[in-house]
Design a binder for this molecule. Sequence first.
Ligand code: SAH
Length: 345
Amino acid sequence: MARYDLTSADVATLLAGEPDYRARQVWEGLYRQGAAPEELTTLPRILRERLAAEPALRPGLRLDAEVGSDGGDTVKWRWALHDGRMVETVLMHYPGRSTVCVSSQAGCAMACGFCATGQAGFQRNLSTGEIVEQVVRAGAESRRRDRRLSNVVFMGMGEPMANYDRVWASVERLHADMGLSARHLTISTIGIVPGIRRLAAAPLPVNLAVSLHAADDASRDELVPINRRYPLDALMDACREWVAAKGRRLSFEWALIAGVNDRPADAARLADLARDVRAHVNLIPLNPTPGFLTKGTPPAGVRAFCDLLTSLGVNATVRRNRGTDIDAACGQLAGRAATPPDGPD
Ligand code: SAH
């Protein structure tokens, strides 16, 4: 248990004997200011000292490494968790908004061959507090730069829908306690059908992104092993259910891999699926990872694929790549500890 795993009732219990408003001050300090209790100068010094020594209020993330890129507009953090596991978070500043990409698990069990996290395997689920704290830290850093953190994407390490309950609890915290708009929160999934159905029935209007990458079962079985459990028909049914329940725009993510899923026939099949659920398609040229030799589609091919989709009546955009040079780009998060330049990695 760490500070962002506590409920407001837990905080009130820790402050039993103090005036009632103290619990609210600590809670708002944690969520609105991203401040540790000992930093809250509105609290008496004696109380601050007691809270600073309180085990339940320890931070859940210890900064292990920070790297910046894109002239400071992208920053990647590697955090050590209480048990030594490592996860990464990426904060990206754009002209009108700042977006944080958070991890939901240490490692990932989905085993997609093209993804660095998938190559490394599964370690454990993150707790609600470990997820929330990534956003709080990004919010505090954004404020230091006179920016306001507005968007959260669950596109870091892990499969959010394989850790559904904790991810959902974190969504509720971000919305209710940090004041982020649910419409600015996006859950990305490899296609866990029961998770998509649960999200369709959930109350808050968060966005859904589905990492499709292939539009026929034979290719998708290869690229995304979980497709053998949840094949395209079942996935598309769940997507239809989500769209019908939410009335919101779905996105399909498509990492363009040279010669694998970037041919005109791939675009045609993808266009059929996208039109069926009126999905927006986000194209990302595959980022290089150590364990996958096939390359990303070159820029001209990405452009042509995008144009072909557009001509087939699909809303498609090419996603700008951030932080490739610091291994912070899509699919590159590995959470490995720093090693010497020529050390074993
Ligand atoms: N497990 C979730 C969220 C994490 S991955 C999911 O699969 O959606 C976030 C996005 O990055 C997904 O769309 C994923 O397919 C994509 N991705 C993974 N590896 C990549 C790579 N090497 N290059 C580009 N995108 C990649």
